[in-house]
Structures are given as structure tokens and as C-alpha cells.
Design a protein around this ligand. Structure first.
Ligand code: AVJ
Length: 323
């Protein structure tokens, strides 16, 4: 069985087994990003309801020079390392400005999807033929370890798009701490946070009119069918998303329309679903400034500078290692 041939797949199998065996059932959003999932996420970023991408883009377009000066901070060059680079469209805006200013710069995009990484590399090598590019495919937790030995230049780690929102509070602190461990005193971390705002705006971003977000969630069932030999009937699940203003979190679920049993060959298991039983799929945390402050402190950083869009929908927060 394929499931036992690659470690990544067996981790996937183990996580699916654990998630569908618990109550309430859950699946991890970290598995959304196979090549089709990455493509669907590119589509989400173009949706009118999905304001996050446009808000971060606005920050980069309106404040590229302020960001550049904060990154360079008196030095000469730096190595940009982007965790979960995706298609790199937003980062291209920054890089274009940095190169115009004559920055000595390398760019290492890291992504789990080779298709997304190839698309990025293709676009960037046309737009920035002289840019020193070092793309890396893989899980960024693993690649992190290899980053420890830099060439002595300042590293600027980018973790954009409010990707941090998929982690619980505790996971976020663990993650930031592990970044801090590979960072030198002079290195910087630039993190995108989606801010708390009108709950209707947030709820709509995770329940778009065209149903792209629904397909994005359902795609994980397709992935289980393909990679683990599942027999999920996609028609029998409905996507549901809501926003909890007290916790500041959007959550999404796939809900079984009827009582049914799903078989997954690689797990040698059947999973029974009651009618209207939910599978918890994803958390997308929204932040206030107090939360950002305390996350940075709890993980050994201090905030150097914050950048906001005009509506204050979004914050890119630049952190330095706490001295
Ligand atoms: C890529 C994690 C930032 O949570 O907003 C988009 C993923 N999920 N629509 C987010 C996502 C549903 C997205 N992040």
C-alpha cells in the first residue's frame, strides 16, 4: 500500500485516522495544500470577499520604502526567506522596490507545493533576471533546521498572509520560538496578521458566494480518496463557516448531510457519520494589537515596527530578537 512508502503520506494517514476517530471529528487544514488545493487557494485570493490579500498588498504597495528601510536598518544586504511563499505575488512588490533601491539581496521561497514553487520561480526569473533565487520545496519546519548556518548576512524571515492564523495560540508560540532558535541577534521576522473587524466582513471571507472556499475544503476529501483510497461521496458534505467574535476566530466545518459510513482503504477502517455530524476543518484566527504584542513577548521577540493598511484590516508586524 502506498500509504507506507513515504513518511509524509504515513503522517497524513495517521493524522486522518486520529482526526476521524475522535469526537468531534476533525481534519487538519495543513493538508489542504496539495497541488489542487494550492490552485484553489490562488482562486480564493482573487475573490471579492477575501480581503486579506488585498489588504496586505496595499501595505506593501503604499509602504515598500518604509519596509525596506526597516529591513536594511543601516546594513547593506540581507537574505529574504519566505515560509509558505505560494505564488509570491505580494512579495514581488517588495522585491521590485528593494532591487530598485540597489539592495544586495537573495530570495529563498519555501513552499510545500512544487507546482506553486515552479510557477513562482518562472515568474520571478522573468521579472527579476538578476535576483539570486534559492527556492526550496518542502515542509518549512524541516527546512528551518537547514537555515541555521547562514552566510553571516542578516536573514529576514517572511511569514505572510496571516498563515499564522491556522495555528492555535500555543502552536503559534511554539512556532515562533522555533524560528527564534534559528535566528541570529541581527535577524528579523516579518509576520502578517489579519485583524479583528466587522464580523460580517470576516464571515463572508470564509463563505464566498461562488463556493470556492467550499471546494477548497472538500478538496481534502478528494485528496483522502486519491491518496488513502477513501470513498467519500463529495455530494454528501456541506461546507459551513462561522466567526466567533469573543475568541476572534473563524472556523470551518464539513457537515455530513446524512447518516453514512465512509471506508478508507489505507486505514483499513470504516468511519460512521451521523446525519448533520460536523468535521472541524480549519481555524483562522483574527488578532488585536494586544494579542500580537503578547505573542511576540511570549516567544522571545520584541516588535520593531508595525505596518497597517488604510482600513486597519491587517497588520504586518516586524519583530527583532529580544535583547
Ligand atoms: C492561508 C491560512 C491565511 O485562513 O485565511 C482561506 C486559508 N482558508 N480561505 C486563511 C483559507 C479558507 C487562509 N490562510
Amino acid at each position: 500500500m502506498q500509504a507506507s512508502t513515504t513518511p509524509e503520506l504515513s503522517q497524513f494517514a495517521a493524522d486522518v485516522l486520529a482526526g476521524l476517530s475522535s469526537f468531534p471529528k476533525s481534519l487538519s487544514s495543513k493538508y489542504f495544500y496539495d497541488d489542487e488545493g494550492s490552485r484553489l487557494f490562488q482562486e480564493i485570493m482573487k475573490l471579492p470577499e477575501y480581503y486579506l490579500t488585498g489588504s496586505e498588498m496595499e501595505i506593501f504597495e503604499s509602504q515598500a520604502d518604509e519596509i525596506f528601510r526597516a529591513f536594511i536598518n543601516g546594513g547593506s544586504g540581507f537574505d529574504l526567506i519566505e515560509l509558505g511563499a505560494g505564488d509570491g505575488t505580494k512579495t514581488a512588490v517588495l522585491i521590485a522596490h528593494f532591487l530598485e533601491q540597489g539592495a544586495e539581496l537573495s530570495y529563498s521561497p519555501i513552499d510545500i507545493s512544487q507546482v506553486a514553487l515552479d510557477a513562482l520561480t518562472g515568474k520571478f526569473s522573468v521579472a527579476f533576471p538578476d535576483l539570486d533565487m534559492r527556492p526550496r520545496q518542502g515542509d518549512y519546519f524541516e527546512i528551518l533546521r537547514s537555515l541555521k548556518n547562514g552566510d553571516g548576512r542578516r536573514k529576514v524571515l517572511l511569514f505572510l498572509g496571516s498563515n499564522i492564523g491556522n495555528f492555535t495560540g500555543e502552536q503559534s508560540i511554539d512556532f515562533f520560538r522555533s524560528l527564534r532558535e534559528v535566528m541570529g541577534r541581527d535577524d528579523l521576522l516579518f509576520v502578517g496578521f489579519d485583524l479583528q473587524k466587522d464580523p460580517h466582513v470576516i464571515a463572508a471571507a470564509y463563505d464566498d458566494a461562488q463556493g470556492v472556499t467550499a471546494r477548497f475544503n472538500i478538496n481534502l476529501l478528494t485528496r483522502i480518496n486519491r491518496e488513502l483510497g477513501g470513498n467519500f461521496d463529495l455530494e454528501k458534505f456541506v461546507h459551513y463557516a462561522n466567526y466567533r467574535p469573543i475568541e476572534g476566530s473563524a472556523r470551518s466545518y464539513l457537515i455530513s448531510r446524512e447518516k453514512q459510513v465512509v471506508h478508507i482503504e489505507a486505514l483499513e477502517s470504516d468511519f460512521a457519520f451521523d446525519q448533520w455530524e460536523p468535521v472541524f476543518m480549519e481555524i483562522s484566527q483574527k488578532y488585536n494589537m494586544r494579542m500580537i504584542e503578547s505573542l511576540s513577548e511570549a516567544s522571545g521577540f520584541e516588535i520593531k515596527e508595525n505596518f497597517f493598511d488604510g482600513r486597519r484590516y491587517y497588520c504586518d508586524s516586524l519583530w527583532r530578537v529580544e535583547s
